[in-house]
Design a protein around this ligand. Sequence first.
Ligand SMILES: *Cc1c(COP(=O)(O)O)cnc(C)c1O
Length: 247
Amino acid sequence: MEDFRANLAAVRVRIAAAAQRAGRDGDRVRLLPVSKTVPEDRVRLAVAAGCAQLGENKVQEAKRKHVNLADLGVQWSVIGHLQTNKARDVAAFASEFQALDSIPVAEALDRRLQAAGRGLDVYVQVNTSAEESKFGLDPTDVPGFLRQLPAYTALRLRGFMTLALFTDDTERVRQCFRLLREIRDRAHDTDPDLIGPGELSMGMSGDFETAIEEGADCVRAGRAIFGARATPNDMYWPTPAYKETAR
Ligand SMILES: *Cc1c(COP(=O)(O)O)cnc(C)c1O
């Protein structure tokens, strides 16, 4: 538990420093710890160390932990691509879904949520890296997508989420984050009623400082808190053949 406390504190220091560089208040950047692949006994220690909300990429794993750790009252955020046939599970236990990228998924979630009398915070995932194999809406499809969302009244839109390009080239990573901010700003100008608080969820352990400099309101950090994973990233999202590094 002391290790987790130290890791969380170290990440918060990095967040505060990045925010300060950008003239922002680090306390207003939400840290979402990502516990994927971390077994329940270690997750318990992390919760004891102060993690009240946890991100999971895969619904199956999130659901299992939700059940096994029910006594802890953790809020679960599903941050990975969802198939419509898993919408029922997300609607049943998640407090947040960060990877909304299709109307069929919005429709399926809304139907289940209405039946359960629940609401769900959602972020629209945008593909800002132009990698064909990555999940998320094409930037040009965002305005039309936003106009359709109000029909699904159980979904509370909080903003936009993205994964940057996987490269050590910070400038190219920055371009992805900047694009998400521009998409949000444009939507704010044309359709301010459609974007909710218009938050930006962007940045992971390897790039969250850059994301904060570009305006991230929520950063999703796994390895910086839980340590390295044995499972490669392409278990979680399709990676392009030209992937430069295995960040
Ligand atoms: C795993 C994951 C993260 C966290 O990645 P780290 O490199 O461990 O910080 C962030 N976002 C998504 C969607 C993830 O699946």
